[in-house]
Write a protein that binds this ligand. Structure first.
Ligand code: ZN
Ligand code: ZN
Length: 269
């Protein structure tokens, strides 16, 4: 079975020295590729190095996460584009987007934060457009604004994934109609996630990708534990039950979808 983890954060494993075991367990579970998603200027060089050390296995994306916009964001933006000029190149720009879940309580502070997030998102979408790069979108309580921002840039929606999709069937229909897609994490296995499951069912397997977003969001039956790429197997199994498909068939389909979306070829196994 070939699985693909289309969105992970490998920085904590790299820093605490557990990455070799984490990758060995991923391979043993059938994971044939991982995209490690950038969040700040601080993790892009690390991810670039991991992609170089694990060619064809670890791929990386570079972007400024909406909750990680620091005082140095202009500088980070200037550095971002340069990653497309060096090998290995990022396979996507991300994760980028809007996050209205963590806004400051004070109203005018919150407005300032939102407008800064929008500006940084817009500027990064322009880089994606320039680099002709796929985009990994983080949309938390900001779905409509994220869609509007992408529409405004004229980016090809076939290159857009809303990762950790947590909206419902109506929203995924809207993405699919434009050519975009949702990718699903372990949250799709949670008891209270009926809406997310309905969205996965609505989209079907044609554009489906699966991800861990590790070290967060471990799927059932591991909920609450530290998540790692090997756990994508549990999410895939839940989606296979939902879509009434054999696991191996859905695993292959989602891996092919990821290979096409990120324009990569997996070398393992
Ligand atoms: Zn995210
Ligand atoms: Zn993430």
């Amino acid at each position: 079975m070939r699985l693909f983890d289309s969105h992970a954060h490998l920085d904590t494993f790299a820093r605490d020295g557990s990455l070799p075991e984490v990758l060995a367990r991923a391979k043993a579970a059938g994971v044939c590729g991982i995209v490690t998603a950038g969040t700040t200027l601080a993790d892009w060089p690390l991810y670039s190095r991991l992609a170089k050390e694990h060619p064809g296995y670890v791929h990386f994306a570079a972007g400024i996460h909406p909750t990680e916009i620091g005082a140095d964001w202009e500088e980070a933006l200037a550095a971002l584009a340069s990653f497309w000029a060096t090998e290995p190149k990022p396979v996507a720009l991300g994760e980028v987007g809007l996050d209205y879940f963590h806004l400051p309580k004070d109203r005018s502070q919150a407005e300032k934060t939102v407008s800064l997030q929008k500006e940084v998102f817009r500027r990064q979408l322009e880089i994606a457009l320039q680099m002709d790069s796929p985009v990994i979108v983080h949309a938390r309580q900001s779905f409509a604004d994220c869609v509007a921002a992408i529409d405004a840039t004229g980016i090809d929606w076939n290159k857009v994934v809303f990762h950790c999709f947590s909206e419902g069937p109506e929203e995924i229909r809207l993405l699919n109609a434009r050519g975009g897609r949702g990718s699903f994490t372990g949250t799709v296995t949670y008891k209270n996630a009926a809406k997310t499951r309905a969205a996965a069912l609505e989209q079907g397997m044609e554009r489906l990708m699966v991800e861990t977003d590790c070290p967060y969001l471990a799927p059932e039956p591991l909920r609450g534990k530290v998540c790692e790429p090997a756990h994508v197997a549990h999410t895939l199994a839940a989606l296979a039950r939902l879509l009434s498909m054999p696991e191996a068939e859905l695993a292959e389909a989602t891996t092919r979808n990821a290979e096409r979306f990120f324009a990569i070829a997996t070398l393992f196994p």
